[in-house]
Design a protein around this ligand. Structure first.
Ligand code: AKG
Length: 260
């Protein structure tokens, strides 16, 4: 069975900056991956006790080895929001990197038969607590560490049903066509990474209300973000990013070729 992108999917990705595939992972696989994600959270909690803690714009981050753990934004919160990279914290997450359902479309999007992992994240959005992500592109975060920032496509795997209420991913259709866009001109530490609203059309946003098991492939230049989780349902997701083979990963500097 082939999982390569169809021509119609490739055209949609080129036009919109993203493409969705529903029901790629079966419910039983998603149940296993949710358990793997929670094991990774427990491990990250332990690692972060011994890590280097710092704040950016009042938000707490901890670096533990190559892993960065972000905490929720309310004062002294112990709730983890994002773990990056996460794959080394559980064998099931490590195995996902080589899954053909992810890798075959990625070969098309990277434009190379041989691909490697660039980075991967677990975004947690706990019920009533999970914060949103301001409008941003990923490319400005990566431009100083990668010589091929146009070839770093993302794929989000939904671990829970994603709805407007629990803060589904939103992508601005067609916002990926003009490379890195200017950031906010405020004097915050992270403001430069949030895309200036003068440079994209927010009315073109698409709410990706996908069921658990869906994949959303999106461009590193696509402006995207999400609202806080205001529901009683979790909205967990894994986001993996690929690149041409034989290049090191973002944080560890180790090369993780697919199939290696
Ligand atoms: O998980 C989300 O809602 C947004 C994720 C995101 O923007 C990112 O990981 O860059």
């Amino acid at each position: 069975m082939s999982f390569e992108l169809t021509r119609a999917e490739a055209r949609r990705y080129d036009r919109d900056g993203f493409v969705v595939r529903d029901a790629v992972f079966a419910p039983v696989e998603i149940a296993g991956l949710r358990c793997a994600a929670e094991r990774a959270v427990a491990l990250a909690q332990k690692l972060s006790e011994r890590g280097r803690s710092y704040a950016l714009d009042g938000r707490r981050f901890v670096d533990a080895g190559h892993v960065t753990v972000q905490f929720e934004h309310t004062a002294a919160s112990e709730t983890i929001r994002v773990i990056e990279p996460v794959h080394a914290l559980d064998p099931m997450l490590e195995a996902l990197i080589d899954d053909p359902r992810i890798v075959e479309p990625m070969r098309d999007l990277v434009g190379s038969q041989h691909v490697a992992l660039w980075t991967d994240k677990l975004n947690l959005k706990r019920p009533r607590e999970g914060s949103g992500f301001g409008w941003h592109q990923d490319s400005p975060y990566w431009i100083h560490d990668s010589a091929h920032v146009d070839r770093l496509p993302n794929v989000l795997l939904a671990l829970d049903d994603a709805t407007e209420a629990n803060g589904c991913l939103r992508i601005v259709r067609g916002s990926h066509t003009r490379g890195c866009l200017p950031g906010l001109g405020d004097d915050s530490q992270l403001g430069g990474f949030f895309t200036s609203p003068d440079h994209f059309d927010e009315s073109q946003q698409v709410l990706l209300e996908v069921a658990a098991g869906a994949l959303v492939f999106f461009s590193p230049h696509a402006v995207h973000g999400s609202k806080p989780n205001q529901s009683d349902q979790a909205r967990r997701a894994l986001v993996l990013t690929y690149q041409p083979s034989d290049h090191p990963m973002l944080k560890s500097g180790i090369t993780r070729n697919v199939g290696a």
